[in-house]
Design a binder for this molecule. Structure first.
Ligand code: ZN
Length: 273
């Protein structure tokens, strides 16, 4: 099942059609309200009628206002290696402050000349919970979407020890989309392309900590809430580990893709956005 945010209203996507779930079933219309009411919504959705043609350019962030946005660093061994680290024994967690969340068609302002890409699988929490056992984690995940953990590497290196969260939280630094999809192939290919050229490609199966483990570890501390996002880490191939380093410019088009979840293209512009 595919859910999306069409001009601020929750819609079910079937092929090239969208169904307004408030008009059809009384859910939403705010996508956040659908996630709050996830069990009732998923019980109703299979009987929903067909939708009508829609304009994909109007799609916004599938989860526009999450209360918590978790992100995981060094969750693919080849990326840990390119960053100079061993794969971590415990998840390395930071936050992208929620105001950075953006949709699949927003132009992102570049606050400096060291903005880098990180394509990531993003898990979306449906039913909340605290201290969720790993084997029950799938019951708490509403679905998945494609994301970019955009990162300003100069800000990320400030401080000793350095800190991640601010560098990854400028407006627009959390593009997500195009849809929230309720299933993902755990061995799907995740790809990032810069101006059409592959810069990152991996299997989701390569993650050190898969989504159920992350849900268990995060919820062991923080109660998870409907609509929370978990950015699950990026594969190898980021710009600042290339020789020479490569950072994003206003001329670049960044494509973020995961098999069967979909893809989106991000463009960049001046600062402030
Ligand atoms: Zn990341």
């Amino acid at each position: 099942m595919r859910l999306a945010n069409l001009a601020g209203r929750a819609v079910l996507i079937t092929g090239d059609r969208a169904l307004d779930v408030f008009d059809a079933g009384g859910f939403g219309p705010d996508p956040m309200d659908v996630l709050e009411n996830w069990a009732a919504f998923t019980a109703w959705a299979p009987s929903a009628p067909a939708g009508s043609p829609y304009d994909p350019a109007l799609l916004g962030a599938p989860v526009p206002r999450p209360r918590q946005v978790f992100a995981v660093a060094l969750n693919y061994p080849p990326h840990a290696a390119e960053a100079g680290f061993e794969p971590p024994a415990d998840p390395l967690v930071f936050t992208k402050f929620p105001t950075c969340v953006a949709g699949p068609h927003e132009t992102v302002g570049l606050p400096g000349d060291r903005v880098d890409w990180e394509v990531e699988l993003v898990a979306v929490i449906g039913r909340g919970g605290h201290r969720i056992p790993r084997e029950r984690a799938p019951e708490h995940v509403a679905g998945y979407t494609v994301g970019q953990d955009l990162s300003e590497r100069r800000v990320q290196a400030l401080g000793n020890p350095p800190q991640f969260s601010l560098a990854k939280s400028f407006p627009g630094f959390g593009p997500t989309g195009p849809h929230l999809v309720t299933e993902v192939d755990p061995a799907a290919t995740i790809t990032c392309l810069l101006n059409g050229e592959v810069v990152q490609r991996a299997s989701l199966a390569d993650m050190v900590f898969a989504v159920p483990e992350l849900v268990a570890r995060l919820s062991a501390v923080c109660p998870l809430l409907p609509g929370d996002l978990i950015f699950t880490g990026t594969p190898a191939g980021v710009g600042n580990r290339r020789t020479p380093p490569r950072y994003l410019t206003a001329d670049d088009v960044l494509t973020s893709r995961i098999d069967r979840l979909g893809e989106f293209r991000t463009r960049f512009g001046p600062w402030p956005p």
